[in-house]
Design a protein around this ligand. Structure first.
Ligand SMILES: Cc1ncc(COP(=O)(O)O)c(C=O)c1O
Length: 412
């Protein structure tokens, strides 16, 4: 393992903040990560030196154009896209998904069928439910097996038919951590000529995400979950994007990806996203290209995070009355290092408050993962307490959390 946690932590100014002498311990990462100094520097530099709209002959506009091109290239490297033209920037994943659902809707009509899941974040459910409502589409939902915390892929196979036009599925669950077998899901969908839209918001910070290997048609993620600024990114196969009409203003670019990048984009966020991608690549110990360094760095990140996840799960197992909602035991390769749980009769909100008193940051509730909380029967009773590990957490953070939870479980 070549990641150096001390050197990594030094790059994140927020990790050295404290409140009333108590250091901040960040386990709220699934809701948004902290950023390295280089990301903030790149955004500042963009605002101070390249603050112009695109397409002008003067230096600030030329510089802004360069920043936009660099950001598309960086995201193409991160996702292993065929070209920068396959990368669409937008406000956030939710907005891009609503936008793409409307655009795709022009290809769909009443009687067509779409498939969503009982495991997904609502950003990959509601846009499609609303589209179905407007167009008279039939919606099916892949069942979540509440014993194994996995999607029931036999149920999925039974839902597919020649009317299926679209399957919308997450790569990793932001609530339970479950990783889905996307290549298998895609293969079965493609056998029926259905498209697959993947929500990769929760996987991109934790592992190499390669759109070629996944085989999907569209994939969305959010740089603020992988050490960048608040922004969304959508990847789509070039040929597919070219075949989709975008809702756009008449003078706006007609080509791909410009036709989908509505209005003036946040160039400073694009600069920050490039810096976040470069930061991740910088963690690799070798590699000839940015793509290969990204793959290597994210493979090392995965290994490091899963060691911490193992430490966390082993510790949680010792706490009386604590129930983990998610994959445990020997199958950790099938999950992300995001762990949700409840402790006996303690309301998840009360656990979050007790942790906050110790300056440990974590979210309670459904985290917009409405479907899995409903399937698990905990939607109306406060959801779960969710702890999300990223590569800037260390073993001391995990131990501090476990000690705090041990206390909370004893004195609810
Ligand atoms: C798995 C998952 N999908 C989608 C979203 C929505 O992303 P955004 O905030 O960029 O709209 C989130 C945000 O928490 C998420 O965790």
């Amino acid at each position: 393992m070549s990641l150096d946690p001390v050197a990594i932590r030094q790059q994140f100014p927020a990790l050295s903040l404290s409140d009333d002498g108590q250091p901040r311990i960040y386990f709220d990462n699934p809701a948004g990560t902290q950023v390295p100094g280089s990301v903030a520097d790149a955004m500042r530099d963009c605002l101070l030196h390249a603050n112009a709209n695109l397409g002008g002959p003067f230096p600030s506009s030329v510089a802004a154009g360069r920043i936009v091109d660099q950001a598309h290239a960086a995201m193409a490297d991160l996702l292993n896209a065929n070209s920068s033209d396959e990368i669409i920037f937008g406000a956030n994943m939710t907005t891009l998904t609503f936008q793409m659902s409307r655009a795709l809707g022009q290809k769909l009509s009443a009687g067509d069928e779409i498939i969503v899941t009982e495991l997904d974040h609502d950003a990959n459910v509601s846009p499609w439910l609303l589209l179905a409502r407007d167009l008279g589409l039939t919606v099916h939902k892949i069942r979540l097996d509440t014993e194994t915390f996995r999607l029931d892929l036999d149920h999925y196979a039974s839902l597919l038919n020649d009317n299926t036009r679209l399957v919308c599925v997450g790569h990793a669950s932001n609530l339970l951590g479950t990783l889905n077998d996307i290549p298998r899901i895609v293969e079965q969908a493609h056998a029926h000529d259905a498209l697959v839209f993947v929500d990769a918001v929760h996987s991109v910070p934790h592992m190499p995400v390669d759109v070629q290997a996944l085989g999907c048609d569209l994939l969305a993620c959010s740089p603020y979950k992988f050490f960048g600024p608040h922004q969304g990114v959508l990847w789509g196969r070039h040929q597919l994007l070219q075949s989709i009409e975008a809702y756009r203003l008449r003078p706006a670019p007609a080509g791909v990806p410009g036709r989908f990048e509505t209005g003036t984009q946040s160039h400073e966020s694009m600069a920050g996203t490039t810096a976040a991608v470069d930061y991740i690549a910088s963690l690799a110990s070798s590699g000839d290209s940015r793509r290969s360094r990204l793959r290597q760095a994210l493979t090392e990140i995965r290994e490091y995070e899963m060691q911490l996840c193992r430490q966390l799960l082993d510790g949680l197992e010792q706490i009386p009355g604590l129930q983990v909602y998610g994959i445990t035991g020997d199958n950790l390769d099938q999950r992300a290092p995001t762990v949700s749980f409840r402790i006996g009769g303690v309301a998840p909100d009360d656990i979050a408050n007790a942790l906050a008193e110790r300056n440990i940051f974590a979210w309670a509730g459904h985290s917009y993962a409405v479907e899995p909380c409903r399937a698990l029967g905990i939607l109306d009773s406060g959801g779960v307490l969710r702890v999300g590990i990223v590569h800037y957490n260390d073993s001391a953070d995990v131990q501090y959390l476990l000690d705090a939870l041990g206390d909370i479980a004893q004195k609810p």
